[in-house]
Design a protein around this ligand. Structure first.
Ligand code: ADP
Ligand code: MG
Length: 875
């Protein structure tokens, strides 16, 4: 900004600005937060404010914009959405009593990952701040939600860092600035990923040494053994960096961030971001309003904390059989015991978002209402304990056994805070009079006023002999005795004149003056005392944060279990059998979302087994129901491993360690159009990472290229999965040539979707049946639809002719299995076995590849180059 004559206040502003770079400074002045200079311009842009200038006379006047202080939350929300950081600078002393310029300071820096304002947060989602640190080939990912206190850390191989972060859905990610330079592995892993706002921080904040110190300090421990991260420098560094950042932005130590959990990927089914999206787990692919995510459909929780936990359960299904059964047993009990479930739901519906309330209590931001909300929630606990007497499932018993009634906390709040406190503490009337004798006395003085005034008025009327004499109060002049001009002569000499009106005079007496001071003083004293008492109560409650958080977590788990049971009851789900082998059998399975939204959904059966079908190839015309069916199977596995019910008549599910999905170009609604490159990268990911316990869902692979490439690749990929990966696979394709694989490969089977004629119209039965689809399906459908027989017969002739020609032409081998297999083998050898017979150039190129020094992106570029060479070679 232009330097003009600076005032002391602007100097203050400049110092503050300097201490908080990369932020927009909200500078408190009176009832407003003001922004100056470039900050004002940017804020005006984002918030749609009018720009003014500080002094209209000056040239180069400094631009200025402001917002009313009480609307701060609303504006903050917009600023954060626009991806900026806001430093909030408050007045640190009362301007009325301040000597000279009011002392100001930045009380908080608000960033997307450090929001705590209720109005800025989504109730059903966590708001995560992540940090990443790399040590050797390991990456540590720290992750905290300061609006709830949840804090966890995990260690993953460096090359999957980006995947992992993206999967967690974070709002902001802290990274060491040194690692974000171009060409660095970390930079490449994070760019073009959805990891929220990337915040670059000094490298030393990510050092293991610094991390150890910070962690010990924050959690008040002597060593890190209790967190299970002692052996991992990357984890320690990542956690440390978060703690540094929180202290810097929050300006206070966050006492509600009390636990740090190490998360192990191996304990959960892995659902990468692509799969989360393709299966529409928490978001729909199409624009809002056109469909429902699985989460939206199955969410029957009653509390905010329950909702957030259920989302976590959905995105991280279990893979440990015992753990799954432990949950299932509880869900089954709540499913069969409808009355218990009803009562549990009723109790939970009276429970507020305890995690978030505690976050605001410990950070000193909670109002009286929030303490009352905590109080009324905790008062439901005895009912829950009573209900728990009938529980039989171990999980339910274990949970109830951990309930702490927190009677001391409820007693304190009940004693201290009125039942319906005002929204704003400064309005007064938050603390009960009975809570503090001093407060009661002051209130007596302040409110006894009416009687006192009435008596005083009567006395003065008699004393002066003026019956119309009145005692009144006005904000500017305080208490007064008013005498109309008619009785002016009778005014006693002890009255002191205060104010002259048109037809009356106002006076004061010594007694009245003393009384006035007492009352006015009382009001002020009451407020000050109330604020002090309230702060004390809040602190006392804050001290019990760990106990409240524990209860909050128990309640959230109860809520998730009841939600799973309620959903099962409403939609007629069954609790599936689960096992560790791959045997999977679904009878009458339904797509959980369409099951709710369609009036008639056709159930389908699915069976995977060692002895027979492992790879299912599903052919059929457009709109037959292929995509729906293959997703349905994946969704049912996920739901089963959450521990809840599944929409089926009968289900036995072999635990899946990971679901992979690949949705071909034409079906990839999320990305609009996907390039062949992306398709191959995603497919490579599947081939490299799937295990024999995975479930692979492929929808139209090989569409992003020519028919020749497409069929050959799809063929080779299927063979590879069948022979090498041996994972349960559902492959929907419109290439009916691939049905041949179902006959050749031992553990592959063909399915298609049946279609019938009904009253001259084509009806999609959406029924998956054994066998492959008719090649000339289009013509068949056309006949069913009423196209004259002459036309369809001619069409068939043309088709036959084309097929014969095609078989003779070497570029189109679409219907000749032998040639196709030969081509597929060739492609396969290039893709998966470079040392095999291949073009010399390819071999040379490959021999030079130095994988150890390659980033994933470089790898993909190399692959593209190799594919280009291969294409060139095939021409
Ligand atoms: P495809 O992938 O074969 O082109 P989709 O799976 O996209 O077909 O299904 C097309 C439409 O058919 C869906 O939007 C849905 O409305 C309907 N549908 C699919 N499966 C069923 C089913 N089992 N029962 C009833 N309707 C279904
Ligand atoms: Mg489809």
């Amino acid at each position: 900004m232009a330097k003009t004559k600076t005032t002391p206040m602007m100097e203050q502003w400049e110092a503050m600005k300097e201490a908080n770079p990369d932020t927009i400074l909200f500078f408190r002045m009176g009832d407003f937060y003001e922004m100056f200079g470039a900050d004002a311009v940017r804020s005006a842009e984002i918030l749609g404010l009018t720009l003014t200038t500080r002094s209209k006379k000056q040239e180069n006047a400094v631009p200025m914009a402001g917002i009313p202080h009480h609307a701060l939350d609303r504006y903050l929300k917009e600023m954060i959405k626009a991806g900026v950081r806001v430093a909030i600078c408050d007045q640190l002393e009362d301007p009325a009593t301040a000597q000279g310029i009011v002392k100001r300071g930045v009380t908080r820096v608000v960033t997307p990952g450090t929001l705590i304002e209720e109005s800025c947060l989504e109730g059903d989602s966590n708001n995560y701040l992540a940090s990443v640190a790399v040590a050797g080939r390991q990456a540590g990912i720290g992750c905290v939600d300061i609006s709830t206190g949840e804090f966890f850390v995990q260690v993953v191989p460096e090359h999957i860092l980006g995947d992992e972060l993206e999967q967690m859905g974070v709002s902001e990610t802290l990274v060491p600035v040194e690692l974000m330079q171009e060409g660095k592995v970390l930079a490449e892993a994070l760019f073009a990923r959805s990891v929220g706002l990337i915040t670059r921080r000094d490298g030393y904040e990510f050092s293991e040494r610094e991390g150890r110190i910070r962690i010990k300090q924050h959690f008040g421990v002597d060593n890190l053994a209790g967190f299970g991260i002692e052996d991992s420098p990357a984890a320690i560094a990542a956690v440390g960096a978060i703690l540094v950042y929180l202290e810097e932005t929050q300006k206070i130590s966050l006492t509600h961030v009390r636990t740090l959990k190490r998360l192990n990927r191996e304990n959960y089914m892995i659902l990468d971001r692509t799969t989360q999206r393709n299966l529409e787990l928490t978001q729909t692919l199409l624009a809002e309003g056109t469909g429902m995510s699985l989460f939206k459909v199955i969410d029957r929780t009653s509390t905010g904390a329950g909702r957030r936990l259920l989302k976590n359960w959905l995105l991280r299904p279990l893979i440990d059989l015992n753990h799954i059964r432990y949950r299932q047993e509880a869900v089954r009990e709540l499913l069969t015991e409808a009355a218990t479930r009803e009562e549990l739901r009723e109790i939970l519906s009276g429970i507020n978002d305890l995690e978030r309330i505690m976050a605001r209590i410990t950070t000193g931001r909670a109002s009286g209402r929030e303490l009352i909300n905590l109080h009324s929630s905790l008062l439901r606990l005895p009912d829950l304990l009573k209900l728990s007497e009938s529980f039989l499932a171990q999980h339910l018993i274990d949970l109830s056994g951990m309930i702490d009634l927190l009677e001391d906390v409820t007693a304190l709040i009940g004693r201290a805070i009125v039942a319906e406190p005002p929204l704003n503490l400064r309005d007064g009337g938050v603390i009960r009079s009975e809570y503090d004798p001093k407060l009661a006395e002051l209130r007596d003085i302040a409110s006894g006023g009416k009687d006192w005034i009435r008596n005083f008025q009567q006395e003065q009327q008699q004393f002066s002999g003026i019956p119309s004499l009145k005692v009144g109060f006005n904000k500017v002049f305080g208490y007064y005795i008013e005498v109309t001009n008619t009785h002016k002569d009778k005014v006693p000499s002890s009255y002191i004149r205060k104010q002259t009106l048109a037809n009356a005079e106002r006076y004061i007496t010594q007694d009245l003056k003393e009384y006035e001071e007492l009352v006015l003083g009382a009001q002020e004293k009451i407020l000050a005392l109330e604020l002090e008492l309230f702060a004390q109560v809040r602190e006392q409650v804050a001290a019990e944060v760990e106990r409240v958080q524990q209860v909050a977590h128990i309640l959230a788990v109860f809520d998730c279990l009841q939600s799973l049971a309620e959903m099962a009851a409403v939609q007629g789900y069954i609790i599936p059998e689960t096992g560790v082998d791959i045997e999977t059998e679904l009878t009458g399975g339904r797509h959980p979302v369409l099951d709710v939204s369609l009036s008639e959904f056709t159930p389908n059966d699915t069976a995977f087994s060692h002895s027979g079908a492992l790879v299912h190839i599903i052919t059929g015309p457009n709109m037959a129901g292929k995509s729906t069916y293959i997703r349905q199977v994946a969704l049912l596995c996920i739901m089963a491993q959450m521990g809840g019910g599944v929409p089926a008549e009968k289900a036995r599910i072999g635990i899946v360690d990971r679901v992979f999905t690949r949705v071909g170009a034409a079906d990839d609604l999320a990305k609009g159009q996907s390039t062949f490159m992306v398709e191959m990268a995603e497919t490579a990911n599947i081939l490299n990472n799937a295990t024999s316990r995975s479930l692979i869902v492929l929808d139209e692979v090989g569409r992003g290229t020519s028919t020749f490439d497409g069929v050959s690749l799809a063929w080779a990929i299927t063979e590879y999965i069948h022979n090498k990966v041996k994972a349960r696979t559902l492959f929907a394709t419109h290439y009916h040539e691939l049905a041949e694989l179902g006959m050749i490969l031992e553990q592959a089977v063909n399915y298609n979707v049946s279609v019938r004629e009904w009253g001259g119209e084509v009806i999609f039965l959406h029924k998956i049946i054994a066998g492959s689809a008719d090649k000339s399906y289009g013509i068949h459908v056309a006949r069913l639809a009423g196209i004259p027989a002459g036309v369809t017969e001619r069409a068939r002739e043309i088709l036959d002719g084309l097929e014969t020609q095609a078989a003779e032409r070497d570029w189109n081998i679409a219907h000749d299995g032998e040639v196709l297999r030969a081509a597929a083998r060739e492609i396969q050898s290039e893709l998966f076995a470079p040392q095999a017979k291949a073009n010399d150039r390819l071999v040379l190129e490959l021999a030079e590849v130095d994988i150890d020094n390659m980033t994933p992106l470089m790898g993909l570029q190399k692959l593209q180059q190799l594919v280009d060479i291969a294409r060139e070679y095939m021409k």
